[in-house]
Design a protein around this ligand. Structure first.
Ligand code: GRG
Length: 318
């Protein structure tokens, strides 16, 4: 897998080369900054669920992985404009370095290059990636609509994270299966894994936003509270015995001491264990889907990713 991920890096950089050198520079900025490459990893591992032994990934799996990572990157460029974020992947964000207008255009350029690569993988992959970009927008808009809404429902939260996060992880797994020409039931099992993992992944991210250290996050904890994004641990607390007290703390322009108090209140109740339990159930659901598939290095890799996700949140919340 590590040699395959090296190929992803090379193709990612090649895919954003433009005749306009300045655009190449902006579009490469977050690629060279790093990132975990979860989505290309899932695409390649999904293709490997159709292989019986360890072997280099077929070129289509690498290209599929690059296409999903480019969509992810495009969404990060736009997300950082919306959030007025200063940093991303531990470097200055594109918007803070070159301004919003260039960040938006470069984000569009990344989506264009993703679409070109997907088109080369066939109509089904191209249509899937296009639909997924739409789901990302829907999820993000829904979240925006409920900013500072203390009565945001759990159902609305779930719909939003389905669109903004799980849909792309689902697509990564599905594309890995499609380029391997796996049978439909095999592709569906991969999609179920990607979806369950993606929902759990965002829940874990939301817990970490509250409990991780500033050093780990690269920003102060509770950033979502500042943005008015009330996630599952917060919504669960709002619905419980400390709900009224927490509700009074959550206002627009929340200051640092109040934010810290709100985090303490959430952390002292059962909002975080509840969210971790939900994430665990989802990760298990994903693992169950993989039991329908024959043993393979790909299945082992995806299972290991689900285990790692849960271990990381448990140690952060301990
Ligand atoms: C233009 C495609 C497009 C979408 C517009 C802005 C937007 C709508 C959607 C934003 C969606 C978003 C930022 C969701 C959060 C996803 C998430 C969990 C990001 C962090 O992913 P990691 O941890 O990050 O995999 P790295 O940096 O490791 O890749």
């Amino acid at each position: 897998m590590s040699a395959d991920l090296d190929r992803v890096e090379t193709e990612l950089l090649a895919s954003v080369r433009s005749g306009e050198d300045f655009l190449t520079e902006i579009a490469s900025h977050l690629i060279t900054a790093g990132g975990k490459r979860v989505r290309p990893g899932f695409c390649i591992a999904s293709t490997a669920t159709t292989m019986t032994a360890d072997a280099p990934a077929p070129p289509e799996a690498v290209t599929g992985g690059v296409a999903v990572e480019l969509v992810h990157l495009g969404s990060l460029y736009h997300d950082d404009v919306m959030d007025e974020a200063d940093t991303r992947r531990s470097v200055p964000s594109v918007n803070s370095r070159w301004g919003n207008l260039r960040a938006i255009l470069a984000g569009d350029f990344l989506l264009a290059r993703a679409s070109e690569l997907a088109a080369g993988l066939g109509v089904e992959v191209a249509a899937l990636l296009a639909a997924t970009i739409g789901h990302l927008c829907e999820g993000q808009l829904l979240e925006l609509q409920h900013a500072f809404d203390r009565s945001r429902t759990e159902e609305s939260y779930l719909r939003s994270i389905d669109g903004k996060t799980a849909s792309l992880l689902t697509a990564a797994c599905r594309i890995g299966g499609l380029v391997a020409e796996a049978p439909e039931s095999h592709v569906e099992a991969l999609a179920t894994f990607g979806h369950s993992y993606g929902m759990a992944f965002q829940m874990v991210d939301d817990v970490l936003d509250l409990v991780a250290t500033e050093a780990d996050l690269g920003k102060p904890a509770g950033h979502d509270l500042e943005e008015g994004i009330y996630t599952l641990p917060v919504l669960h607390t709002l619905a419980g015995r400390d709900g009224e007290e927490l509700g009074e703390l959550l206002t627009e322009g929340i200051d640092e001491p109040t934010r810290r108090k709100a985090i303490e209140l959430v952390a002292s109740g059962d909002g975080i264990p509840h969210t971790i339990e939900r994430a665990r159930e989802l990760a298990e659901l994903g693992r169950d889907a993989l039991t329908q598939l024959p043993p393979s290095p790909g299945v082992d890799g995806l299972n290991a990713a689900a285990d790692y996700l849960l271990t990381s949140v448990e140690s952060a919340a301990a």
